[in-house]
Design a protein around this ligand. Sequence first.
Ligand code: GLA
Length: 393
Amino acid sequence: MKILDIIKPNEDFLGSIETNNYFCPGRVNLIGEHIDYHGGGVFPTAINLGTYAFVTKRVDNEFHFLSENFRAYGPKIANLNDLSFKKEDNWSNYVKGMIKKFIELGHQIDHGLNILIYGNLPNGAGLSSSASLEVLIGTVLKEEFSLDIEMIDIVKIAKDVENKYIGVNCGIMDQFAVGMSKENKAIYLNTNTLDYKLVPLELGEYSLVITNTNKKRSLSESKYNERREECDLGIDMLKKNKIEFDLVCDLNIDDFKSFEHLFENNTIKNRIKHAIFENDRTIKAVDCLIARDFIEFGNLMNQSHDSLRDLYEVSCNELDVLVDSYRSHGATGSRMTGAGFGGCTINLVKTNIVEEVIEKVKKDYLKVVGHDASFYLVNTSDGARVLKGDEIL
Ligand code: GLA
């Protein structure tokens, strides 16, 4: 699709077809799940599905938002003087939150904009549609108001908005991945120091297939925050017992073995165990990718899923059905990706059997779950950016 195909029917809303155009990708996490708020290492890559913004200036103080994906909500209007969170504003709260935070940080935003949004990421599917929208808006504000701000700061602001304005206590992985990624690379990010390494995502005879459960995620935000609270209980217990550390992922597997007897509550022990072992797996997975040991990389993906299912308990029947089916039909690695409770799996499959495996998984999933899964063979992508020319969406 050409950009004009989106802009032209919305000319009235935009006031012109002369727009400034922006893109921010989504992301898929290869391994390193639920440890970005424990200071662990994560290994995501940005994908070429994401969120687009088409922007024109306004002379007044109003921001007008319209989403092609949520046309039923109609255009939303927010004034620079009132950018407070309103439940009924739905998706545009992410946009308002970013503008509000930029202003609080002293950035000069002195007129309104018309912002048309179009996204080709499935929403709420664990591919970071919200981080994509937030970092997209940060990029729009930087360019439209010529602000002196680096991408890493837009990333931090977006996380802050998600935590304090939206109310999801997430880590920084998603915002970092969609802001800082480079095409053909995965990012190994130390979420404690924010040091990162770009690792070539060269998969040889293998492909990555993303599969969406198409399960409506419910309660995922409260469950997410609940996991964090459970981990806090474990952290308090360890600290009371004079185990010294700042963040859970400062601890290694030997440390865990030395204190595991201290846990009275098995659930809490499992949460902490997942974090420490997942961090270890992620370090190994990065080495495997560099060494092109895809079999071991796949094993680590499998172990990651099993731990998320059994110890961290963030998987669900639909995700497990997909994972089991992929594995039984020959995938080298299969795991849930993102927060869980629905959303997507990421699967490492030999390219020469991809089509056949997808067909089989499709059938299994429909038979057991009763609705279709969706399959995406995606490419990697650079992080958020200004779009040049009439790119194809
Ligand atoms: C969500 C959060 C991330 C991360 C993942 C789980 O995507 O936004 O910060 O915690 O879940 O790894």
